[in-house]
Ligand binder design. Sequence first.
Ligand SMILES: Nc1nc2c(c(=O)[nH]1)N[C@H]1C(S)=C(S)[C@@H](COP(=O)(O)O)O[C@H]1N2
Ligand SMILES: [Mo]
Length: 199
Amino acid sequence: MERIEIDTARGKERVPPGQYLVGDRWPILTYGTTPTFDPQSWDFTITGLVENPLRFTWDEWNELPTVAVKADMHCVTSWSKLDNVWSGVHAEHLLDMAEPKPEAKFFSAICDGGYTTNVPVEELYEEDAIFATHHNGEPLEAGHGAPMRLVIPRLYAWKSAKWLRGLEFLAEDKPGFWEENGYHNYGDPWQEQRYSFSF
Ligand SMILES: Nc1nc2c(c(=O)[nH]1)N[C@H]1C(S)=C(S)[C@@H](COP(=O)(O)O)O[C@H]1N2
Ligand SMILES: [Mo]
């Protein structure tokens, strides 16, 4: 397995402003219930503004090459968990397959259970963006997004969609679940872009 180790600190402090460390603990933050995974009916689709729309069954997904990325995780509710080793399919690899069109500026991540989140396409080209099936060498637990989740370590973790089932590439931004409910549209932890309103 190719191993990519990212310097998430990017020459700066390790913990963004207003965050505390959870150590070895890993909280589960879910709105709603945890979906059940059925390997027979599971699929993952890439739709919208791409040259090659894609659909993978669970067996097909497991044929793809994998990488490992080491990255920190920052939740908007103020906990951070450092040094997570995520493994799975490198986002860049999937982009090479799907070939987003030039007019695709955003994507919507669509999850089992209806959760969605919106992210600019360029974030998927960052080298630490990954479609993860494993965390610290173990398959993801159900509560953490099994069988597969998106991980975008540079943004607050609500953008790291669990139980991911689809990406839709879009010309216009389309606020997702939390973005419609008061969270910041972009969510950079280093800028403390937590909410879309000010107190
Ligand atoms: N499908 C889905 N993905 C989700 C969420 C959710 O409720 N549903 N919660 C988000 C939030 S707010 C955070 S902080 C992280 C938490 O991931 P964890 O539960 O594995 O720690 O998942 C994100 N992805
Ligand atoms: Mo969160």
